[in-house]
Every structure is written in C-alpha cells, then in structure tokens.
Design a protein around this ligand. Sequence first.
Ligand code: GLU
Length: 510
Amino acid sequence: MSDKPVRVRFAPSPTGPLHMGGVRTALYNYLYAKKHNGTFILRIEDTDQTRFVEGAEDYIIEALKWCGITIDEGQSVGGEYGPYKQSERQEMYKPYAEQLIANGKAYYAFDTAEDLDKMRKQAIQMKMPNWQYNSLTRSSMQNSLTLPEDEVQRKLENGDPYVIRFQMPRNIDVRFEDEIRGWVVVNTNNVDDKVLFKSDGMPTYHLANIVDDHEMKITHVIRGEEWLPSAPLHVLLYEAFEWEAPKFAHLPLLLRPDGNGKLSKRDGDRLGFPVFPIDWLAVDGEKYSGYREQGYLPGAFINMLAFLGWNPGTTQEIFSLEQLVEAFSLERVSKAGAKFDADKTKWFQQQYLRAESESSLAKMLREEVGEAISDVSDAYLEQACHLMKERATFVEDIYTEGQYLFENPTEFDEKTLKKKWKDGAEDLMNEWAKELGSIEEFTSENIEKSFKAFLEAKEMGIGKVLPLFRLALTGKGMGPSMFEITALLGKEESLKRKETNIPAIVKLKG
Ligand code: GLU
C-alpha cells in the first residue's frame, strides 16, 4: 500500500432514496477510512440532470447520520477539496476533456441522435444487433477524426451540438488489480467509445468521476460491483491523463434471500422487510419504507449490513461501529454476492435492544408511545423495560407485549383458561390473594417465598398454580417472572386486579 494518507469517497447520485446496498458501500468506505486514520468524503454525483430527484441529497445525508457514519468532507461539512457536488464543479471538467482531445485520446463527435438511431437500425437489419460507436465504426461517423479540420472548427464555432468521446484503443487487454477480486483483465474490443462530455455542457459520470477522484486525492475507490464494467475505461482514462490510478475494490452485490438476483424494493415489499435505511415518500406517492421507522436501532442495522459481504474470520457477530472499524479489512470482503436474511436482521435487532440500558429504553418508549404512558413514573417504566426487553424485538413491543404492566387486562388467554382453570381454581386464587395481601415488604423475593410456601402447604406443583396466577393478573399464558411482575404492579394494584379479574374469568369459563 502506498503511504499516502487514505482518502475514500462515497459518491452517490441523487436519483432517489439510498438503497441499503448504497449504505453498505458508504459503511465499508467509512470503516476503511477510519481503520487507516483516513478521510471519508461524501461526493454528490449529480451530472445527469435528467435523473436528479429533489430531496435525495438530504435523504442520503440524513441516512448516513442515522447510521452514525460521519462525513469528514462534503458539501454539508466543508473541506479543502470542495465543492463536493459535481453540478457545482461543472466548469472544471471541460478543460480536461479538451486536454484529452489535444493528446489524441478523445475526439469531438457531431452525430445527432437520429444518426445514431439510423446506424443502430441498419445494424439490426444486417443481423448485428449490438451496434457500438467504437474503433470499427467511428470511421463512418461524423467526428473530428473523419471530418476535415476546418469543418470541425466551423461546427464548433457555429455552436453545433457535439459530444466528446474517448477513443478506445482496439484490441488491448486492460489489466488492473482489484483489492477484492484480484487481477481483472478486459479486452477493449468489447468496450465502446464512451461519451465523456455531453452536448448539454455536462461531463458524464466517467469523466467527472475520474477528474474528481484525482483532484480530491482519492486513494481507494470502494464501490458496488455494478461499476466493475466501467473500471477498464477508468484505468485507461488515468493512463490518458498520466495520473496515478487509485486502488479499486468492487463490493459484492446484495442478493435476494433466495440468492436469485439483486435485492430490490419489490422483494422487500413482497417479503415484508425494508430495503432502505429511512422512510421516503416519492413524488408519485410511492412509499419506500425504512429500517429507522420500522423501529430498528441504528447499531443493529449497521452490524447486520457489515456482515453482508464481510466477516471477521471469527465467531463474534456483535460489533459496535468502533469494533467494526477495528476489525474491518478489504481482504475479508467476499467476491460472492451476499444474501439478505430478514430473520438474521431481526436477531441483530433483538441483541441490540437487549444491550440497551433500561433508562435509554424507557426514554425511547416514551417517544414511541407517548400519551398512553405519560403518568407512569421513570422508575416504573425502567423496571417494565427490564422485564420485557428479553421478549421484545422493537422498543414498541415492550409496551404492546407488556401492556398489562400499564393497564388491567380485559382479555384472558383462551388456552390457559381452557387447560388450566379447573374447578377449585377460583378458591385457590382467592386464598393465594389473601397470602399476597399479608406480605409486608412487597418484593419479588418475598412474593416468591410466600408462593412457594403456599404451594407446599397445598401440596401442589408450580405448573398447576402459576398459570392461574398469571392469567388473573396479566391475562396471559406466558411472560416474564410473575414475582417480578407482581412486585412491580404493587400490592394494591395486584389485589385490585384479583377483585375484578377472578369474577371475569369465572364468567368467561361459564
Ligand atoms: N455515482 C456513482 C453511483 O451512483 C458512483 C460510482 C462510483 O463510486 O464510482 O454509485
């Protein structure tokens, strides 16, 4: 590796909400930068004005922020190499394109859209469907290689529309070493004379990308596999400019859970999981649902994403962002596509939820549920979170699964009612309630002790009595420790519930 300071960029085009695959690209860039004490740059590649979508740039910034990926240089934070948005660098690119023309590496092409269309149609008629503007066909087109020089000048002075194309050399093998894939060799016969500069006065992605990477002193280009076919052209462009090329690393695709093809919004909609970091509402009203709004914690999302295409080589699965920085390397990024796994994603979320402190869960729960728990004390809420967090996937579940901690239940689990509530249950529960009422210090330990003594005296097993107790107090067939629940509800509330619920259950039983 060269000893230049590591500078990487995430270079999305603001064409809509950022897919989670894009977030993973940003994450790997960020991890690589931080691991090597380098700089993570956000560059907005908005040269294709036809695909520009209002709000997409803000979406990208907000999504990265939610994930905890901090931008070192970018339009929103500044930096020495700005502007970091290509539309604001527009003036910079043309001289570079002209430099390539002067060096004989590129040329002006004046062909109109109709001309090109005609050539394509003719080729189809001649059973050659893949017509390309390339080393074989360029000699029969309208460009500065075929037209007399004075005509070219005249056209330029007239303001005739033109594009600037790269003069792709014929039949050479372009080689470069990809950090993930190893040596990549592509023959130029399969590559056309790509447009570098468009008739609208804007550079294409290829030119702007190379110029900016050079000017911003990018050392490593870490991007999605879909850009691999562009890499040979980029390598040739670096050569044409006589610039040192950065290192390339093309990341594996994110695949559908069944491994058949790229993970798309449609798969997410069909299978019920988000494919985007945060919600997005398109102008046509289409909704793109995000992990944030579904209740995922950013740490869980990032941890899951890091593992889609990378592994640490150990069995450890839970990594904070800092730990990911520590453990990350491009060598451990796989070439093969990474299958998305919705269950594993939930698992990560559960692990992260459990790792949260009770006080932070309580705070989040207040934000989610609001009104319904506004008169619950912090201490009570924290204890409720402590009891429920093992059973919850999302913060909200603490309330929905543990609603009985906040309100007296009005429904009673049918299965328990049918299987456990036998003759004598009513008397048994009334007797137990009396015991409960006599406990002085109403702690879970004391309640447990008293319950065990009660069982002993009755010569009954726990499996017969505890479900009745749970049903009467919570309405449920299952849940966390009944002794802790009862202690949390308190003596007064527990006895009050017994008064209302036992008759209600008896009535239900009929
Ligand atoms: N603008 C390209 C994109 O939208 C950037 C590709 C690259 O990183 O070179 O992904």
